[in-house]
Design a protein around this ligand. Structure first.
Ligand SMILES: [Zn+2]
Length: 162
């Protein structure tokens, strides 16, 4: 296992729609091991492949008791609304309030390529949505009004200089 370098805003790969995962092999298992190690090292609750520079539809997460690997994830249902703090390892964990659905249903493939569905609420639903967004080339700041988006970016760039 190895800790990978985390890709940060504004690197292009973070704004690129990921490629489908098509090989469910040993290499994918090793990649997910690395992603978990990188995520835990950075004290994150989720990490998507574009965040380590790979344009792939893949994420790992471990959030509020939901630990899973999702290849080719899609959100197939949402319900309600929540307003809460969110941050991203690729934007230096600078927090911002983002409005998201309260519940989300994820459909994805596991390491064997088998499809599964999983439902989550609250913070874990937020993780499903945030990580699936990464696979679509979207960051959480893209959900913010322009002024607040710019504030997060400025704060992140300022902190990076230190
Ligand atoms: Zn993120």
């Amino acid at each position: 296992m190895a800790i990978r370098t985390i890709t940060e805003y504004p690197e292009k790969v973070l704004a690129t729609v990921g490629q489908l995962v098509t090989s469910f092999d040993e290499e994918l298992v090793r990649l997910c091991d690395d992603m978990y190690e990188t995520m835990y090292d950075a004290e994150g609750v989720g990490l998507a492949a574009p965040q380590i520079g790979l344009s792939l539809r893949l994420f790992v997460m471990d959030c509020e008791g939901i630990k899973l690997i999702a290849a080719n994830p899609e959100i197939v249902g949402t319900e309600g609304e929540q307003s809460g703090q969110e941050g991203c390892l690729s934007v230096g964990k600078v927090p911002a309030v983002v409005i998201r659905p309260q519940k989300a249903r994820l459909r994805a493939q596991n390491l064997k390529g088998e499809w599964f569905e999983r439902e989550a609420e609250g913070y874990a639903a937020r993780a499903f949505l945030h990580e699936t967004d990464h696979c679509d080339g979207k960051l959480f700041i893209d959900h913010l009004p322009k002024l607040r988006r710019n504030m997060v970016i400025r704060r992140f760039q300022k902190e990076k200089k230190w």
